[in-house]
Design a protein. Structure first.
Length: 278
């Protein structure tokens, strides 16, 4: 499949996902990860590297087994125990507008470990934001460029079990993973595609409706936070929140205002460099 065809298909998937949520402008930040041509073997992918840095990244990834839905939970649990030096580190996202700093919630163990693992494997160095919706989300990680597609195949195509925690909601600046809605009753998360909530005003009427329809319960502190900060509460109980923006809200706002096409794709590449920092 040519790149142009791939992008057309991926935009169509995004559009269908938005319609499926039935929330008007409060649509789901979900993008399906489509299939890419499977390499005949992993060594062949390394041989196709165009420079020494690319070869080094791929070689480092091949030191670990390809991840699947079957083995990813055990692998990420073991990897976390074997690499305590990453515990508690913040995540820095460098953009053309400046840097954002994210705190990961390590009690959302698989999602936090997965993100740290992808950062350590240099998957997001660089990557790009591929969906931008004002007052909703900025979303990235599932880039269609050649490097990202190759790395996804080398690291492994897998999803993560949902890890919903009542204390973590979709407030402004929340970090969560996208997911597929169709054929996903367990609400498993994408392992590459993440978003940061930009948010909008939230009313008591909306929170009461969500509690009634989804069986959720918001504490008074959570209600007050939604009133003062805003967010996307209709995504609570749908996507796993595993972190929070702590610095760079002005950068988030600037990212959310870039020009996009009708499918919310930035008209110009919106690159990011993601790293772990103390």
């Amino acid at each position: 499949m040519r790149v142009g065809q791939w992008r057309t298909l991926e935009k169509a998937v995004v559009f269908m996902s938005l319609c499926a949520m039935g929330c008007g402008s409060s649509s789901s930040p979900e993008r399906e990860i489509g299939d890419n041509p499977t390499p005949t073997n992993q060594e062949e992918k390394i041989e196709k590297g165009t420079d020494s840095a690319a070869v080094a990244v791929k070689a480092k990834i091949l030191a670990y087994p390809p991840l699947t839905d079957v083995n990813c939970s055990k692998f990420l649990t073991d990897w976390r125990m074997e690499h305590p030096e990453f515990e508690g580190k913040f995540i820095e996202v460098q953009t053309q507008f400046g840097a954002m700093t994210l705190e990961l919630f390590d009690d959302v163990a698989l999602h936090a470990s997965n993100f740290r693992y992808k950062v350590e494997r240099d998957y997001y160095a660089p990557s790009e934001f591929v969906r931008v919706v004002p007052e909703f989300v900025v979303q990235g990680g599932n880039s269609e460029d050649t490097r990202a597609q190759e790395l996804r195949w080398l690291i492994g195509k897998h999803t993560l079990p949902s890890e919903f925690k009542d204390e973590y909601r979709h407030f402004r600046g929340a970090l969560a993973m996208g997911r597929t809605y169709q054929g996903n009753p367990e609400k498993r998360s994408s392992s590459y595609d993440f978003y940061i909530v930009v948010g909008r005003d939230v009313s008591e009427v909306e929170l009461q409706r969500i509690e009634r329809e989804k069986g959720l319960s918001y504490s008074q502190a959570q209600r007050q936070r939604y009133y003062t900060e805003g967010g996307t509460p209709h995504l609570d109980g749908e996507h796993t929140v595993f972190g929070q923006l702590i610095e760079g809200f002005d950068v988030l706002e600037q990212l959310s205002q870039v020009d996009t096409d009708a499918s919310d794709w930035p008209l110009k590449r919106l690159e990011m460099q993601v790293s772990a920092v103390n």
